[in-house]
Design a binder for this molecule. Sequence first.
Ligand code: ACO
Length: 430
Amino acid sequence: MSKEALLKLENKELTLPVIVSSENERAVDIRALRKETGYITYDEGYGNTGSCQSSITFVDGENGILRYRGYPIEQLAENSDFVETAYLIIYGELPTKEQRKKFRELLSEHAFIHERMVYLFENYPRDAHPMAILGAMMSALGCYYPTLATNDSKLDLENFDDAAATALSKIRTIAAMTYRMSRGLPIIYPKRDLGYCENFLHMMFSEPYDLYECPPIVAKALNMILLLHADHEQNCSTSTVRMVASSGANLFASAAAGICALWGPLHGGANMAVIKMLTDIHESGDDGSKFIEAAKTGKARLMGFGHRVYKNFDPRAKIIGRLADQLLDALGIDDPLLDIARKLADTALKEDYFIERKLYPNVDFYSGIIMRAIGIPLNMFTVMFAIGRMPGWIANWHEVASNPKGRIYRPRQIYTGPTTRDYVPIDQRG
Ligand code: ACO
């Protein structure tokens, strides 16, 4: 196979190296392009652009493959849990028993937030969106734990274990507190003896006079949702984290930017949008057929369908679809939205419009149904995604911060505005 590409531009020929990934993907290395030719490349949306080299997650969208550090998502979903998978993503290897114990202890140690941070919650409006609060609070961690957020990469890397555990553990505490405050409920502090997911549900649903007892199937379902969201290579929010990290910014600042990027409905906000769509369909008396017709004519978008990378199926959607059935069965819930979701998926997968465009259910098509069954309110869905994605953001931040040859991320543009013109004083403007 050729390790070079030949580019002919005007009268000049340029030989460009080809980089081959450990999974045999090929990329034309254009780093010398502008210097040698004056040209840049144009790739709005970055669909053809490798922005970095990374050893964390592999996605093969054509074949529906997702692997964290080489391990297939199906094996991790079957055998692992969120905390162990988070360790794998952050540190590159599955933990030994001793490493797993220490990691769990570190997460317990960092579960509490600074007491003064608790007062911050009181000043947000009651109806503030939980993602707005989460982003602000993640950034605020830098104020309360300044030794972990110095913006001196060497120092920040020296304290990486604590910073990573702080981000991963406290995002869960902050998320639960956001929910409690929005409902006017007393804050429930984390318990040291509970697992990651059980502890989150305890902080969400326990009352001072009544402890929440977590059914094992619920803990399993939450573990699965978080694990399936834990990383997904260079998606919008992770690229944002890397972009911010490339300037030398600390982990909390970079993760806060990731949270903001995740919020939009085309990314993490899709799980909320799916439930809104299913509810609207249900309330209108449609079984999904009319909506599919509207989607085919561009009048509606089938939320939870389609993916920039997966063009065959999203392996996470397969796992989560089965889990939705198991959970609802076990809890004895009959959710009409699940029936509509199934009908939409079955119909869409037979329609030329969706087949031709390679549109399949993505991970968020069913995740909202599971979260509803657990009792998570709709406006917290994207927050759940953020908790799940935290290991990926941490690992990507670390990859950028520890790269000795790293450069600041700074794309170019094709300028389309006016060419030079002279300033016009205000009284002469028409
Ligand atoms: N419903 C109907 N039509 C769709 C959908 C959809 N969900 N998604 C894409 N299309 C159509 C587009 O209209 C376009 O049609 P055209 O070629 O006739 O113009 C074609 O399929 C290609 O779509 P693009 O928007 O160019 O695909 P892109 O890769 O830019 O977008 C995205 C991917 C954002 C995920 C898109 O499929 C979408 O909006 N899906 C719904 C939102 C969603 O579920 N997002 C979650 C993504 S997964 C995640 O973040 C975990």
